[in-house]
Design a protein around this ligand. Structure first.
Ligand SMILES: [Fe+2]
Length: 152
């Protein structure tokens, strides 16, 4: 596959993955329960706000590359490698663990795409992905620290 096509395909994949994690985190925000509700609810809002903003950034980036951004939820689910949430009743610890694993997956895909963009002199795309990676890393730390898993 040509580099341009490879970059576009990876960006579509990341657009889809980001949206599925966005939707999952927003659903967790609504549904979380327990005696740490207020802080869990607030952290989940910080997360879904960020991922929602990124949805627009990725969509506009695809359009700048003359590619269509996926519009149907079906195509987003088909194009994503992230497992969506289908059951209620998880504890916030399980929710945060699940999201942290999803963040690791997003960071892996974003880093691969960053490397590809960097090798192909796509500075604007690389900068956008660098900013995305930086923010994901910080939010992932907050998730892991919340469940006592921020030290290896
Ligand atoms: Fe809310």
């Amino acid at each position: 596959m040509q580099s341009k096509n490879k970059i576009e395909a990876k960006l579509v994949g990341l657009f889809c993955d980001n949206f599925v994690v966005y939707y999952k985190s927003h659903g967790y925000h609504f549904n979380v329960e327990g005696n740490t509700f207020a802080q869990d609810h607030a952290l989940l809002e910080e997360i879904y706000d960020f991922l929602w903003e990124q949805h627009d950034v990725f969509g506009e980036q695809l359009r700048q590359m003359d590619k269509p951004a996926p519009t149907s939820l079906k195509s987003i689910l088909t194009g994503s490698s992230i497992k969506e949430c289908t059951e209620l009743g998880e504890s916030s610890k399980i929710m945060f663990l699940e999201l942290s694993q999803d963040f690791e997956s997003l960071m892996g895909s974003a880093q691969e795409l960053y490397d590809e963009a960097d090798m192909n002199a796509c500075g604007g795309l690389a900068t956008m992905l660098g900013d995305y990676l930086k923010a994901l890393s910080k939010l992932n730390w907050k998730l892991k620290a919340s469940i006592g898993k921020s030290f290896k």
